[in-house]
Design a protein around this ligand. Structure first.
Ligand code: GAR
Length: 191
């Protein structure tokens, strides 16, 4: 890694992945989690970030899509990379242009299966259950203009047993996410 990476995490909900990433990089010599941003003022992720000493920034959908306010905050803080950890809004083109190949996302399925608009969180595991899959997993990928279609960086699989509920599947997938996401971010930043 040539220089210091300054990371902004975007998250909309509970934030267990954001927490795992923040904790992993807490004392890292070259990678700093500079800011946690959310489009949801009620999101539990904001509490998690604050408890770990990370600054937070809340914005509305229209501020994100139709203004430069969020982008300007990233520039002001000299953010080098964006990490999406359970972030439910599509990233507008002006961010993708400002951070080319520098935005990474985690998705709770083996893309291209169970991806696309409307496929997030527990809805993905409901679809996996209904489809009768024997395995599922996680995908970590770069973000482009199309939902869940950027370059795949890493995938890991787990079994789906026939007796599993969608909550059982979600639990297994979440364990994979926490196990791999921070380490894969680190590797990605080093390349
Ligand atoms: C995670 O499972 C993540 O993969 C998923 O949202 C969950 C957030 O959980 N992301 C998507 O579905 C993106 N399409 P968390 O808030 O506990 O980290």
């Amino acid at each position: 890694m040539s220089s210091f990476a300054q990371i902004a995490i975007f998250a909309s909900g509970s934030g267990t992945n954001a927490q795992a990433v923040i904790q992993y990089f807490q004392h890292h010599p070259f990678i700093k989690i500079n800011l946690l941003l959310s489009n949801n003022a009620e999101a539990k992720v904001l509490e998690r970030a604050m408890a770990l000493g990370v600054d937070t920034f809340v914005f509305t959908k229209s501020q994100f899509r139709e203004s430069d306010e969020v982008l300007n905050e990233l520039k002001r803080r000299k953010i080098t990379h964006m990490v999406l950890a359970g972030f439910l809004l599509q990233v507008p083109t002006h961010f993708i242009k400002a951070f080319p190949d520098r935005i990474i996302n985690i998705h709770p399925s083996l893309l291209p299966k169970f991806g696309g608009k409307g496929m997030y969180g527990i809805k993905v595991q409901e679809a996996v259950k209904v489809a009768g899959e024997y395995e599922t997993g996680i995908t970590i990928h770069e973000v482009n203009e199309h939902y869940d279609e950027g370059k795949i960086i890493f995938q890991a699989a787990c079994k789906v047993e026939s007796a599993d509920t969608h909550f059982d599947i979600a639990k297994r997938v979440q364990e994979l996410e926490h196990q791999h996401f921070p380490r894969i971010i680190e590797q990605w930043l080093k390349n």
